[in-house]
Design a binder for this molecule. Structure first.
Ligand SMILES: Nc1ncnc2c1ncn2[C@@H]1O[C@H](COP(=O)(O)OP(=O)(O)OP(=O)(O)O)[C@@H](O)[C@H]1O
Ligand SMILES: [Mg+2]
Length: 250
């Protein structure tokens, strides 16, 4: 069963947004997904779920499941996290792990349990440093991925797949797009990942998250007053899902 870790040591790049959208997309395909919120400080996914309950109030919407870990001063966090991921996976659910900026204490365990790692990055040269710097030296995230792949190799397990999503792409012509795109393609080859697609910078993503909604909640049978920007966003998300190897939703 699939375990997908959403990881970037850089903060505010869209990890939680993407985690919740992937879970919603999987639910809408008639499969079940659990988001495990490994961001114990911020608990964005858990916060999203609270807003979702309040907003939907029993009305139709994907029953997104978010699980959090209790903060206990007993040093068993990583073990409890590992058990939770395995338990959800063994129930036949797809598991999406939302990790914090910096990676957090559970990141290595998450990488070891994953079938796929998805990294959203902002469309900026500086943000690529988390993967590798100008001299090709791996950055904070690049090092974590390298070490996780080495552990796999040592254990003779299949290679850890890694896909990068460029987020907050300017809807206008970006001065940086060419440079960022060129550098990202070089890095993809050097650090062995695929570029899965992109999401445009849209106020809608922020508004939806704050209401505990995903793009998919806007598209229900009988609703035809969906704004054009939401349609564009949905098309983008569909293309991205395909790029991540997940079936498109609608
Ligand atoms: N494509 C986008 N367009 C506009 N706003 C976006 C987009 N993607 C994410 N955001 C907004 O950017 C902010 C950060 O996104 P999110 O919380 O998903 O990032 P994160 O990587 O999980 O952050 P953290 O590292 O703090 O956990 C949120 O307010 C979110 O709504
Ligand atoms: Mg987050």
């Amino acid at each position: 069963m699939q375990v997908i870790t959403i990881a970037n040591t850089k903060g505010g790049v869209g990890k939680s947004t993407l985690a919740l959208h992937l879970a919603a997309a999987i639910q809408r395909q008639g499969l079940s997904a659990s988001v495990i919120d490994a961001d114990l400080g911020q608990r964005s996914a858990a916060w999203f779920l609270e807003r979702r309950y309040a907003r939907l109030n029993g009305k139709a919407g994907e029953p997104i499941s978010v699980m959090t870990l209790a903060r206990k001063p007993d040093g068993t966090l990583v073990q409890r996290f590992t058990e939770l991921v395995k338990a959800e996976r063994d129930k036949g659910r797809r598991v999406i792990i939302d990790t914090p900026a910096g990676g957090g204490r559970c990141l290595n365990a998450a990488l070891d349990l994953s079938t796929l790692v998805v990294t959203p990055i902002n469309e900026s040269l500086m943000d690529l440093n988390a993967i590798a710097d100008d001299e090709g030296r791996p950055g904070a995230l690049g090092q974590k991925m390298e070490a996780a792949r080495e552990r796999r190799e040592a254990g003779q397990r299949p290679k850890l797949e890694w896909r990068v999503v460029v987020n907050r792409v300017s809807p206008l012509i970006s001065r940086n797009a060419g440079k960022v795109g060129d550098r990202l393609r070089l890095l993809a080859e050097a650090r062995d990942f695929e570029i899965a697609g992109h999401l445009v910078e849209r106020m809608l993503y922020r508004e939806l998250f704050e209401e505990g909604l995903t793009l998919f909640d806007l598209f229900r049978p009988g609703l035809d007053d969906v704004p054009e920007s939401a349609r564009k966003a949905r098309d983008e998300m569909q293309t991205l899902l395909t790029g991540l190897g997940l079936p498109a939703v609608l």
